[in-house]
Design a protein around this ligand. Structure first.
Ligand code: SF4
Length: 79
């Protein structure tokens, strides 16, 4: 899973338009059933998961085998 740092996202919408599985929503349009992922994206960057805080954009240095517990709990391949 790719995580979005909500404080750094500028809501340009490019990722929404290119995601092949339509898994990205603008924060104000996240369906009720997917709301837990809003917090998961925030928490991924916290000390509870990666501790990256605000990494300043994407880079090869910010690739991790860590996942938020909500995501880790999903069976592999479930959509
Ligand atoms: S590409 Fe997506 S995550 Fe990145 S700034 Fe634009 S809307 Fe935010």
């Amino acid at each position: 899973m790719m995580y979005i740092q909500p404080d750094e996202c500028i809501n340009c919408g490019i990722c929404v338009s290119v995601c092949p599985v339509e898994a990205i929503y603008e924060d104000v349009e996240v369906p009720a059933a997917e709301q837990a992922f809003v917090a998961a994206n925030v928490e991924f960057f916290s000390a509870d998961v990666t501790g990256w805080g605000k990494p300043g954009g994407t880079s090869p240095r910010h690739v991790s085998t860590l996942d938020h517990p909500l995501v880790r709990a999903f069976p592999a391949g479930k959509k």
